[in-house]
Design a binder for this molecule. Structure first.
Ligand code: SAM
Length: 330
């Protein structure tokens, strides 16, 4: 056999001595053959991945999950552990074990559990937090509170502020503020030991476990008189759903912990307790920031609960609802 250079770009031609040009056999070199085989496999994997995604999306749509498109991808990629690029280019397929996990997750979601609880995590202020059935799933509205706190901290030119987070839940407020303001000293309390365990796990995950003091307490009870006039800022997203409104809540909100939602008859029960006691723990001129429900700003303006405070502000969320009360200790 004589080896000649082919006029074609890639192949090498092997020509038998004396053979005419029609006998020339062009053999694909091994590297090209492997690429074609790999390409074929990727194509097959992409198809399988997409088929799975469509099945999950179909299942969610059939059960009237509003954001089925988005959720199906989150569920499939979360439980398969695949990056977007790997999933959609077919670099990796979904293993049988991952398929089982996805199937169970879809079942859980269809039973009415919030997406965050099914995934075990949820986003807040650009970071990811662990959540559980013992914590509230972070809401976008609560980011308004973080923004409001950071704005006033900057405006007041406060250095090394002492901040208290009342009802920390999964710890999103305490941790986000600690990460945004590395000079602050943070204390976070909650009456639920199970929520506090999740908050501590989040603090560890975000590398601020040594910077936050966690405390199990019914509001300020455990603080006693040691911390009188101690805090620059008290922040809280307390439970504020009025009893009456529970019957209008979607199923997936109702499975969240009652302790995180129930604000008593008019929704202001915990808010009133916090507003009543906070001045004792705030420095003079210190600030309180409270997340409130729709329509509660007017109730608070009217009923005199804010009498001891000055410089009252209500910050609106993206829907134009007065969502955060900011007030200074008078
Ligand atoms: C609406 S959730 C907010 C959780 C978290 N800060 C957030 O924004 O996602 C209210 C939290 O307050 C806690 N809580 C309710 N009543 C409380 C009380 N009396 N003392 C302390 N914490 C309380 C609940 O356990 C829950 O974690």
């Amino acid at each position: 056999m004589e080896k000649i250079n082919s006029p074609l770009k890639n192949p090498i031609c092997f020509v038998a001595p004396g053979a005419s040009s029609v006998d020339v056999r062009v053999r694909t070199p091994p590297s090209v053959a492997w690429s074609r085989l790999a390409y074929g496999l990727f194509q097959r994997t992409v198809k399988q991945n997409i088929r799975l995604l469509r099945e999950v999306r179909g299942e969610l749509q059939k059960n009237k999950i509003a954001s089925a498109e988005n959720e199906s991808e989150l569920l499939v990629r979360h439980f398969s552990g695949l990056e977007r690029l790997d999933f959609f280019t077919g670099q990796f397929g979904v293993s049988p074990a991952a398929r089982r996990r996805i199937k169970n997750a879809v079942k859980e979601r269809l039973r009415g559990n919030p997406l965050g609880t099914v995934l075990g995590e949820a986003p807040f202020y650009g970071r990811t937090f662990f959540v559980s059935k013992h914590t509230l799933i972070p809401r976008f509205e609560t980011e308004v509170l973080v923004e409001a706190v950071l704005k006033i901290l900057k405006k007041e030119k406060l250095h090394a502020p002492e901040i208290l987070d009342v009802g920390t839940g999964s710890g999103i407020l305490a941790i986000s503020l600690t990460l945004e303001r590395r000079d602050c000293t943070m204390t976070a309390l909650d009456s639920s030991a199970k929520a506090l365990a999740v908050a501590k796990k989040n603090a560890l995950f975000h590398g601020v476990d040594r910077e936050i003091r966690f405390l199990k307490s019914d509001l300020f009870e455990k603080l006693g008189c040691r911390f009188k006039g101690h805090w620059d800022f008290i922040v809280s997203n307390p439970p504020y759903i009025a009893r009456e409104d529970f019957k209008h809540l979607p199923r997936e909100v109702l499975v969240e912990p009652r302790l995180a939602l129930d604000g008593g008859a008019d929704g202001l029960k915990v808010i009133r307790r916090v507003l009543d006691r906070a001045p004792y723990y705030l420095k003079k001129g210190g600030w309180i920031f409270l997340e409130i429900g729709s329509g509660q700003a007017d109730l608070l303006r009217k009923n005199g609960t804010l009498a001891g405070y000055k410089d009252l502000r209500f910050v609106r969320d993206l829907n134009g609802i007065e969502r955060v009360l900011a007030a200074q200790n008078g």
